[in-house]
Ligand binder design. Sequence first.
Ligand code: J2J
Length: 540
Amino acid sequence: MTQPLEVKTWNAEQQKQYLALGYWHRLSLSTELTNWCKQYANNTAIITGDKKITYQALNQQVELLAAGFYQLGVKPKDRVLLQLPNCIGFITSLFALLRLGALPILAMPSQRQQDIHALCELAEPTLYIVPNKFLGTDYQPLVDNITSSFPAIQVIHIDTEQDPEIALASYHSSQPYEVTEAYYLDPAILLLSGGTTGTPKLIPRTHADYCYNARTMAEICQIDGNSVYLNVLPIAHNFSLSCPGLLGVLSKGGSIVLSKTTSFDEAFTLIEQHKVTITAVVPPLAQLWANAREWDDTDISSLQLIQVGGSRLEASIARQIKQAMQCQLQQVFGTAEGLICCTRLDDSDEVIFNTQGRPISPHDQVLIVDEHDQPVVAGATGEMITKGPYTIHGYYRAAEHNKTSFTKDNFYRMGDLVRLTPEGNVIVEGRIKEQINRAGEKIAAAEIEQKLIDHSQIESCAVVAVKDSRLGERTCAFIITDNKQITLTDIRDFLKQQGIALYKLPDQLEHIASWPLTSVGKIDKRRLSIIGEQQMKINQ
Ligand code: J2J
C-alpha cells in the first residue's frame, strides 16, 4: 500500500489569516494557470527557438497533453518524475500533470542514477518523463537502469530537438478527460532540496503557497504584460520556476524565453533578439557574463533587471556586474523550502551590493538564533530559522529528518549563518549545514562521504567546501589511505561508476595522515577547508 500524501501544514489560525489577507487563493495551481491563459490569451507566453507560443496556444497544448496522459492512466495524486531541461515539453508536461491533479517531482537534468533511483524509492512515481538526449548526454542508460529496478514505471521520452509546436504531439489526445481540482493546501509539486544527507529530500509545496510565492516575487520585480524573462538556469529550480521565474511571469501576462545553455553567446543573442527585460543567474555566471561585456557588443540594452542568487555574491563583484550589464541588480537569497529574501528595485546601491535583502512577505517570521535556539543580540551572527505563508513544515515522507530540520514550533532551520542590518536586511555570513555550494549547485558532503567509504582502499574520508575563485566553492575530498597513489581521477571514476551526478564529483583530492579534531573530538571540517585552500595554492 502506498503511503498517504498528507504533509504537516499550517494551523487553522494561520490558514484563516493568509486567506483573509489574500495571500492564498482557494484555487489549485492548475486553475490559476488556466485563468492566466484566458486572461492573457493573445499575449506571447513562451518563446523557444524561432517559435512564439501564445497563452491560448499553450493552454490548447496543455489540454491535449492532459488528455493524453489521462489515456496513459495518470491519476490524481500519482507522482510523476519530470527530468527535463529548459524546453517547452517541461512546461506543457508540468501543466498537464497539474490539470490531472497528479504530483510532479522536479528532478534536474544533471541528476544521475544514484539520485533518480533514490527518488523512485521515496516517491514511487508511476511515470518518468525524460529527454532522449540533451547537450550530448544520452539518457537511455539511466532509463534502462531505472526501469530494471522499477519495472512498473512508464517512461515518456521527449525529443528536445523537436519543433516546439508539436513537442509531445504523439502523446496528445482529443478524448475527454477528467480535470481534477486539487485542494489548495495539498502539495502541488515536489521540489528537490539541496540536502545535507545521503539521500535526496523532497519539498512538498502546496498550490496556495507556491502561487503566492510566485505572484509576490513578480510584484516585487514589477513584472507585467511587457516583461520578457530569459530562463537560463534549470527551469526545474525554484529560482527560475517561481522567483518570479516561469510561474511569476505567467501570472502577470509576460513572456518566457527559453535558453538551452547558460553561455553568454546564447543568452546575449536571445536578449537582443527578444528584447529581454529580466533574467536570473548564479554569481559565477553573472561574473562570466560581466567579464564578457568587456569585448562583447551585443545590444543588451533592453535588460532592466538581473537577479543574482543561489550562492554568495561579493560586494565588489556585485558592483562590477551592475556596471557591466548596465541594468538594475537584485540579490536573491532564497531556498526551495520557502523563504525568499531579496533586495528591492529602489534600494540604494549600498544595500544592493552589500546585503541579500529582506523577506518578500510581511508575514515571514525570521529569527537569528544561537546553538540553543535562543535569539542572538541584535546585529549578531546566528543561524537563521523561519516560518511563514510559503515555508514548508516538513519534507515529504521524511519523519525522522523532519525532527531535526524544524524546531518544535515549526520553524525551518535554514542552516545558514546570517546577521541582520538595523534596517532588517540579511547578510549571509556562512553556513552550519554540511553542504558544498558549488556555483549555486548544492552537494551534501554526507552523500559523497558515504560513497567514498565504500572504496576498498579508503579507510576514512571527509568532504568539505574549499574557496574557489571561479565556482565560489569547490568540493574537496580528504582521505586516509595506505595507498598514496590514489588520484583525483581514480576517485572521480569510482564515484561515477556508482551513478553519482557529474557536478557532485570532487574537484580536489587531499591525502591526510590523521584528522584534525574539534574540542569535542569531531573531525574539524573548518580546519580541513583551510588546509584544502592552502594545498591548492601550493599546487598552483
Ligand atoms: C548566499 N547563499 C545563498 C545567496 C541561496 C532564489 C535564489 C536562490 C535559491 C536557492 C532559491 C544565496 N547568498 N544569495 O531557491 O528561489 C544558499 C543558502 C540557502 C541555500 C538554498 C531561490 N541564495 N543561498 O539557492 O534551495 O545556503 O535555493 O539555504 O537551492 O542556498 O538553496 P536552494
